[in-house]
Design a protein around this ligand. Structure first.
Ligand code: PMP
Length: 290
């Protein structure tokens, strides 16, 4: 496997990062997870827009512009001959000292991994996930805005641990106001009749690329799309529920907090959206020249 380390592609054994990098010492950095489908990097521009906004929000200067970053990502994918896979693009604050002052870090550092990912076994895409809401609240926007895709995922990891401790594969996080925000690495959707509903961005969620794709698909299917404040009541009484994310794609949820959602099987809208999703991802993206 070949890794792009700040513009130089090296074998993975040689891909090293300093123990003084603040990405490691403090989780000071930002990242993206991006998919490659049929030799196209899916919605790369949108991922880079979000990456550069996340960086701006934490006053982290990325050393190359988006045009150059597209080249770096595509080259890394080509070098690894990945036609269907997953890219992890990480930008750290760079090397500093043991104090947390980011001004001590002279220059940020990026690296790109192009590999594969399987988040959930196939059976869950067919039969749906059983998940649970957790006590760990989603970060409040005033402290660490969930719109920033930062290297600080402890909030999500604590939620994931809590879910695992309850025998669940995934958690739904509730925000400080008591409404639904998102899963630990995915956005949440429900359907009711022809309504396709997802928590509003103000509820403490990442503005998911897959979330947007699914809203576009819903519109194409003539569903009514809503971004709303959702409560646990709305989850429990939904016809259908599913999660969306680059790594997870679209995955049905059939049980939340030991309650069946709808009839306890992946619903008809969810199935339609999954079918459409797999068509859409093949038509869109930045072409890789291998
Ligand atoms: N929420 C969180 C917390 C995430 O980390 C992610 C990405 N893994 C998502 C939602 C989904 O975003 P996207 O569809 O852009 O991958």
């Amino acid at each position: 496997m070949w890794i792009n380390m700040n513009g130089t592609i090296v074998p993975s054994e040689k891909a090293m990062i300093s123990v003084f990098d603040h990405g490691l010492l403090y989780g000071d950095g930002v990242f993206e997870g991006i998919r490659v489908y049929s030799g196209n990097v899916f919605r790369l521009q949108e991922h880079l827009d979000r990456l550069y906004y996340s960086a701006k929000a934490i006053m982290l200067k990325i050393t190359i512009d988006k045009k150059q970053m597209i080249k770096e990502v595509v080259e890394t994918v080509a070098k690894n001959k990945i036609t269907n896979g997953y890219i992890r693009l990480v930008v750290t604050r760079g090397v500093g000292d043991l104090g947390l002052d980011p001004r001590k870090c002279k220059e940020s550092f990026y690296f790109v991994i192009a590999a594969n990912i399987t988040l959930y076994p196939d059976e869950y895409y067919k039969n749906g996930l059983t998940i649970t809401t957790v006590a760990a609240r989603r970060n409040i926007s005033e402290a660490l805005d969930p719109k920033i895709k930062s290297l600080n995922y402890l909030n999500n990891i604590l939620a994931k641990i809590e879910a695992s401790n309850h025998g669940s594969l995934e958690a739904i996080m509730i925000n400080n106001a008591g409404s639904v925000s998102e899963a630990t690495g995915d956005n949440v959707f429900i359907t009711k009749g022809k309504d396709l509903i997802t928590p509003d961005l103000s509820c403490g969620v990442l503005d998911g690329v897959t979330r947007k794709v699914v809203m576009e698909i819903g519109a194409k299917l003539k569903m009514n799309i809503y971004e709303k404040i959702l409560s646990r009541y709305d989850l429990y009484t939904a016809d259908e529920c599913f999660l969306t994310g680059t790594a997870a794609e679209v995955i049905p949820v059939v049980k939340i907090d030991a309650r069946e959602i709808g009839d306890g099987k992946p619903g008809k809208w969810t199935k339609k959206i999954i079918t459409e999703f797999h068509k859409v991802v093949k038509l869109d993206g930045v072409k890789v020249k291998y």
